[in-house]
Design a protein around this ligand. Structure first.
Ligand code: ATP
Ligand code: MG
Length: 592
């Protein structure tokens, strides 16, 4: 049994399935052993001087009826036991996915996606095996084996004793081997996880690999990991082979003993010995016994693997959801978008230096605010904190006067529309991408946001227009198109607070102007936060917050900063110069 808290509840939930399944299985095991008895009877009848044909006919009919029962029974236990195991697999997979989506950003910065996939594929499969074939093999092994031994013992106790002794030794050996199987299986899964990480990352970064002509180097690195997996597989398989050989040897010895002693006893028949029919029956039982022995060793194997996988899954499922509602969290459905940052200092969970230092400012409802700063100054980290991607000390960020740590995570995030810096899009239609925040988006819902973010014309040029599938399965869009679709996605949510992280860096200045003009129009009265490198982006905004090395160095509009902030003046000077040098044509050169 798998005793971890995430698994044991399924035994209770599917108890009825398992009980019916096990009951039917035991019944089938018992019934099927009547067949050797009937066959033995037929042989002895045939051997007698005047065989009773009606008796033989009756036996054959009984065998037919038994076979029918066995067939129905096998269907029933498969349906119940295997059916339950598939349902458990399905439910557990949902639990795992839902848990994975709730895990915080810090989890994902440590775990790689490829490795996560092994939980969903290999480990889940090992758990399913334990609930399905595992239970079957345990019950079948014990019951069918027990019944067969019982009948063998009734036929000839001395012979059975000889047959059982090697089996006992073998079982003891198997118990010792079990732990090692589990350990080696875990090693194998870990190695598979590393290989999977590596493969996934390489495919994601395939353009970089090609551009740097790293194909051969990567293939060599892949080979190292692949070789490691091969070694771990071999080490694991060696044990499985040892188990099978042990069983094989034990069985062969026993068969030899039975045949020699059994034949002798038929030849020198006395009243207590076996008849030819009984020896056939006895051997049939013994051959029946082969499967239970195999089943038990398979059970040990399956169970050892499942335990190793259960340990890995427990670790994953028990990983705390560090970003969650506080005990006294409350919902506020109509947040209006006034933000106050109060002496905010923040350090990443795995970092040692604070990357935001004593940051304080206010953003009022309806303002359009630019956050400007050199690369690495902490702009993205700051807006991540608005979205409560990480936990904070209380009293550092207030939303409409509510401490963000006291508001429910859902309230905070529902009030915001976010255009992430990496502009991630799903491999889905443009309609579904832009309408991501909507229940079931239609083209009509997404046309307006697409127009506002100035990507409508581009979309109409695609063959399938709004039905165009993006990403891995479809059209690859340009960096600028990606940014604008991503802006449209946030606009479609029509949020109280809109946050754009460096969202117009890949579009030309004319498009940038058009988008900002649209934003000014539609965002009137609501808060918009615009992270940028370019002065031109933020120049006309109500307020500019200038960050440098995690600190706020100036706040004010363009005119004020031109007077008060040397860093701002410097940035303006440099960007104007770069603009001149490049003839104002290449906006990339303007980045700070
Ligand atoms: P850019 O303009 O290049 O986007 P930025 O101002 O948005 O830069 P941030 O992404 O906020 O800068 O990064 C600020 C600092 O925090 C950097 O030194 C970066 O290395 C660090 N940092 C960012 N993300 C993490 C993370 N998940 N864990 C640890 N440190 C991080
Ligand atoms: Mg950034």
């Amino acid at each position: 049994m798998l005793l971890g808290k995430h698994f044991r509840r399924y035994y209770a939930k599917y108890a009825l399935y398992f009980l019916v399944g096990v009951f039917v299985l035991i019944a089938v095991d018992w019934i099927q052993l009547d067949i050797p008895k009937l066959v033995g009877g037929i042989i002895d009848t045939l051997k007698s001087t005047s065989p009773n044909i009606t008796q033989i006919e009756q036996s054959i009919i009984r065998i037919g009826v038994l076979a029918l029962f066995i067939t129905i029974g096998r269907f029933l236990w498969r349906y119940t036991i295997f059916g339950a195991s598939r349902r458990i697999e399905y439910e557990l997979r949902n639990v795992m996915f839902s848990h994975a989506t709730k895990l915080s950003q810090s989890f994902y910065s440590q775990e790689k996606v490829g490795g996560l996939m092994t939980y969903f594929i290999n480990d889940l499969e090992a758990i399913r095996m334990s609930f399905g074939p595992g239970i079957l093999m345990l019950v079948d092994g014990l019951m069918l084996g027990g019944f067969a031994l019982y009948r063998m013992f009734n036929l000839n106790s001395r012979l059975t004793l000889y047959a059982v002794i090697p089996m006992v030794f073998m079982t003891i050996a198997l118990v010792f081997i079990r732990k090692t199987i589990s350990k080696r299986f875990k090693d194998r899964q870990d190695s598979f996880e590393r290989l999977s990480d590596f493969t996934q990352e390489n495919f994601s970064g395939i353009t970089v690999i090609k551009a740097f002509v790293r194909e051969i180097k990567e293939a060599i690195l892949f080979n190292d990991r692949n070789m490691d997996l091969y070694d771990k597989n071999i080490r694991f398989m060696k044990y499985i082979i040892i188990v099978n050989i042990l069983i094989g040897i034990a069985l062969n010895i026993v068969i030899l003993v039975i045949i020699v002693l059994g034949s002798l006893s038929v030849i020198n028949a006395t009243s207590s010995d076996l008849t030819a029919g009984q020896l056939t029956e006895y051997l049939s039982y013994f051959f029946t016994l082969i499967w239970p022995t195999m089943a038990l060793s398979q059970f040990i194997n399956i169970q050892s693997q499942a335990r190793a996988s259960a340990t890995r899954l427990e670790k994953f499922l028990n990983h705390p959801l560090d970003v969650k509602n506080s005990e006294d969290a409350y919902d506020v459905s109509d947040l209006k978008g006034t933000l106050k940052v109060d002496h905010l200092t923040f350090k990443y969970p795995d970092g040692d230096q604070p990357i935001l230092l004593d940051v304080s400012f206010e953003i009022h409802r309806g303002e359009m605010v630019g956050i400007l700063g050199r690369t690495g100054s902490g702009k993205s980290s700051l807006v991540d904190l608005f979205l409560r991607t990480y936990n904070l000390e209380p009293g550092m960020i207030y939303l409409d006067g509510h401490d963000i740590m006291k508001l429910s995570v859902k309230s905070v995030r529902q009030s915001m529309g976010y255009v992430p810096q990496d502009n991630f899009l799903f491999s889905d239609t443009i309609t579904n991408n832009i309408g991501f925040a909507l229940e079931s988006p239609t083209k009509d819902d997404v046309i307006e946001p697409a127009k506002l973010s100035d990507v409508y014309d581009n979309i109409m040029e695609f063959k399938d227009q709004f039905e165009t599938i993006l990403g891995e399965r479809g059209v690859t869009v340009s960096g600028g198109q990606k940014q604008r679709i991503s802006i449209a996605r946030a606009l479609a949510k029509d949020p109280e607070i809109l946050i754009l992280d460096d969202s117009v860096s890949a579009v030309d200045t004319k498009t940038e102007e058009a988008i900002i003009k649209n934003l000014h129009r539609i965002r009137k009265g609501r808060t918009t936060i615009f992270i940028a490198h370019r002065i031109s982006t933020v120049k006309k905004m109500d307020k500019i917050i200038l960050l440098d090395q995690g600190k706020v160095v100036a706040i004010g509009n363009h005119a004020t900063l031109m007077k008060t902030s040397p860093l701002y003046q410097d940035m303006v000077k440099r960007q104007t110069l770069e603009n001149l040098v490049e003839g104002g044509a290449n906006h990339e050169g303007l980045q700070g």
